[in-house]
Ligand binder design. Sequence first.
Ligand code: NAD
Ligand code: ZN
Length: 393
Amino acid sequence: MRAVTWQDVNDVRVETVPDPRIEQPTDAIISVTSSGICGSDLHLAGPMGRYMCRGDILGHEAIGIVEELGPEVTRLSVGDRVVVPFNIACGDCGYCRTGLTSQCSTTRVRGQGTGAAQFGYSALYGQVPGAQAEYLRVPQAQFGPVVLPHDNEPDQRYLFLSDILPTAWQAVIYAEVPPCGSVAVWGLGPVGQLCTRIAWQLGADQVFGIDRVPERLAMARRHGIHVIDTRKVSDVTEALRELTGGEGPDAVIDAVGMEAHGAPPAVLLHRSAGAGGASAEVVESSRDRVAALHQSIDAVRRGGTVSVAGVYAGPFDPLPMLQLFDKQLTMRFGQANVRQWVDEIMPMLNADDPLGVMDLVTHRLPLESASEAYWMFQQKRDRCIKVILEPGR
Ligand code: NAD
Ligand code: ZN
């Protein structure tokens, strides 16, 4: 089959690899009809490259059709249309029973000290081949995949249940925005866009979105979000205080994670091959990589909550302990516990589209265009906000 493989830092290619097969009685094989590229894939392709091995298959957002089942997967049938949560969880251990599927003790990767296994995260999360491929082996399929109606709805309606919708949902729930309260979201990528919309739907009175990419700001504004453009506003904390009666928002959400922005480049990490063989230098600054987290801690009101959806890893995880202590803040983090939130989100994936999932995708491309798609998403070119790869196309 064809699959998107990691070759080197910022070198992602589509290659022919062996088809997956049933290995355990709880496995399923699905033919992938759509697979998203996530901000986390950009981390894996770039700054987290040291965790990757040449040939690893990327991707953890999948929807598809069940092709084959192990004998213990009795709740699915061949031909079912399913969306696959990115955490691989048994559904039956002490953690899964309380909803913490990201900590599943059956699939947990003890050697690395990390949580439940995940698709497409290389050795860091269990070395499970990823979903940007024609076929995907789904371990623990007796629990994970969510069966969807065989309706005429495009994959886009449901695909984000695999990751970014539950991620954003959990970030908003963890933010504990009080009734009629305010929340500010750093980063208006796909996760941040959904955070702002969910916060609004769940009753926040004031929702702010912070970014610097014009089309991302414009998309949030179209959804009624009060945006702050960091190209124009130098002191975001002060701006938020003014907008919230002097103290700052009740809650803040970091939907950025490690990212390069604004500050003078400090570390030249790599050269990267771009679309059509063009090459460009990507410079990233370690100070800047944690800017959003520090800004959000600075801006939240005293006694407020900091909810971190963005991923930090390796050297990019310093926390301002004095400020956290002094402001008596609550912080919550973590990989989304996908299955915990699916039932709450599903009713909102209707024709009225209150979360605007049909409005998030800017590009749908054949799997073969993956290198180009990664490059475009990473560089925020061609007004790219969310890309879906379609292996069958
Ligand atoms: P993305 O890269 O498209 O979005 C990041 C956005 O942050 C971009 O629009 C960028 O312009 C903006 N940004 C960068 N620095 C900023 C700053 N200092 N201030 C304000 N905005 C800034 O990625 P995405 O797909 O939206 O994912 C966002 C984050 O969520 C990533 O770190 C990803 O790894 C993480 N994530 C976590 C989970 C989870 O389970 N917790 C799941 C999915 C994604
Ligand atoms: Zn993801």
